[in-house]
Each structure stands twice: as structure tokens, then as C-alpha cells.
Design a protein around this ligand. Structure first.
Ligand code: ADP
Ligand code: MG
Length: 235
């Protein structure tokens, strides 16, 4: 299994982002301009119209994901039940999963403590990762969701593990997951993973991804129960 610890210095966001955003948004705009020109005197008006619409949708999607990325600064941390959040997200995605022959197995743990978190942001994190899992299993499969209360070596953090039986990620691409706009999908934005990683870091949590091509991907998330764990001197 290829393992990768996500390094916090990997994203020096501002500069990388500015260039990447400009690039990403210029592509659909160039395309829109071209097709608008064609629209003026063409018999294929409907077709060009649809393309222009799709490109505008793409810009909207990119911008809304960028906004999600900007939000963590205004996070509101409150004690929340992670088990409930996972249940909610799973039921939100069950329709999409069923349509693709995917089973979502939720292993609940009644012993999960409440976690200081921004509920909407943590929901967004699970939605992003579970959607990625679903999208990685076009021929069906299983998405397993496991939760673990704090325990050694992380006595102050809960653990959530998402395992899919999808396409997996080739080793040479694994290091690039989470780069702004890195996507292997036709209509992906390549922002979901980065946004999620950013939210987890703002929660002082940890993210681990391991993957094996043609076997599947495992995402491990650790979230501290209390945001500011006091440092204890010895004992
Ligand atoms: P997007 O989903 O828009 O492509 P993400 O940032 O969510 O952007 O993911 C980036 C890339 O990481 C995906 O395009 C895909 O190649 C890879 N990826 C992420 N999660 C998985 C997964 N569970 N299985 C396989 N590949 C994945
Ligand atoms: Mg995604």
C-alpha cells in the first residue's frame, strides 16, 4: 500500500491559488467567447448554447468551492456529535450511491464523544470525501465508514476512516492529490480535497490518505475532541 503523510507545507496557498484560479477560469471564458461568436450565425444554436451554459456552470462551481475554502477563518466551533453528522451525510448520498450500485456501510460507535467543530465545515469534509469515493466506483462497490473514539496513541482525538473499493490512485498521482485544481475527472474542480484538508487543519486535525490502484482508497481523519488541548507538564 502506498502511504503518504499529508505535509502541511505542501500548500503555500496564496500564490499557487492566484495563478491556478486565473488559469482555471480563463479556460471556460475562452471557450464561452468562442462559442458566443459561433452562435451569431449558426444552425447549431442549441448545441453551442448548451456548451456556453456548461462552461458558466463550471465557473460557478469553481467559485463556490473557492468560497468554501475562504470560510474556515469564520469557523464557529461547537460540541457536535460526529456520529450524527456521518449519518446525515451518508443519508444525503445514499441516492447517488444506490444509483451506481454502491453500498454504504456505516459502522457506528455509541461511545463517540462530542467533538468541538464547525458542523457545516465538517459536513462538507465528509461530503467531499464520500463523493470522491462514490465517483471512484463507477461499476459499484462498497464505501465503509468507521468511527473510533479517542484511544492510544491519540487519547484526545476521534478517528474516522473511509474506505472505498474503487479505482484507487496510482502512486505517481498520490502526491498530487490536494494540489489546487488537480483532478483526473472530466468535470472535476480539483478543489474538494484541498478544501477538506484545509478545514481539517483548521480544526487541528490530521488527514491521511493511502491508496492502491485497482483496489481502493482509504482516508483517515483525526479530529481533536477539544480544540485547545492544554499542555501538561509531565505526569
Ligand atoms: P475532484 O473530485 O473535483 O476531481 P478532489 O480534490 O476532490 O477533486 O480530488 C482530486 C483527485 O483525487 C480526483 O480527481 C481523483 O483523481 C483523486 N481522488 C480523490 N479521492 C479519490 C478516491 N476515493 N479514489 C480515487 N481517486 C480519488
Ligand atoms: Mg472531489
Amino acid at each position: 500500500t502506498e502511504q503518504l503523510m499529508m505535509e502541511s507545507e505542501k500548500l503555500s496557498l496564496a500564490g499557487q491559488l492566484a495563478a491556478a484560479i486565473a488559469h482555471e477560469i480563463r479556460n471556460p471564458i475562452t471557450s464561452i467567447k468562442g462559442f458566443l461568436k459561433l452562435l451569431q450565425n449558426s444552425e447549431r444554436k442549441q448545441q453551442y448554447f448548451d456548451i456556453v451554459n456548461t462552461e458558466i456552470d463550471r465557473i460557478e462551481l469553481i467559485l463556490s468551492e473557492m468560497l468554501a475554502l475562504a470560510k474556515p477563518q469564520t469557523a464557529k466551533f461547537e460540541p457536535r456529535n460526529i456520529r450524527n453528522i456521518l449519518e446525515q451525510v451518508a443519508s444525503l448520498l445514499i441516492g447517488e450511491a444506490n444509483m451506481n450500485g454502491i453500498e454504504i456501510l456505516l459502522h457506528e460507535d455509541a461511545g463517540m464523544p462530542e467533538v468541538h467543530c464547525d458542523e457545516n465545515q465538517i459536513k462538507q469534509v465528509f461530503i467531499n470525501f464520500m463523493k470522491n469515493a462514490i465517483e471512484a466506483m463507477p461499476e459499484g462497490g462498497t464505501l465503509t465508514v468507521e468511527m473510533f473514539p479517542p484511544g492510544p496513541p491519540y487519547d484526545q482525538a476521534v478517528k474516522i476512516v473511509l474506505t472505498d473499493t474503487g479505482t484507487g490512485i496510482p502512486p505517481e498521482l498520490l502526491a498530487r492529490i490536494g494540489e489546487p485544481f488537480f483532478t483526473t475527472k472530466q468535470s472535476g474542480t480539483g478543489l474538494g480535497f484541498m478544501t477538506s484538508k484545509n478545514i481539517i487543519e483548521n480544526h487541528k486535525g490530521m488527514l491521511n490518505i493511502s491508496s492502491k490502484q485497482n483496489e481502493g482508497t482509504r482516508i483517515e481523519i483525526r479530529l481533536p475532541v477539544k480544540l485547545h488541548v492544554p499542555k501538561t507538564g509531565g505526569g
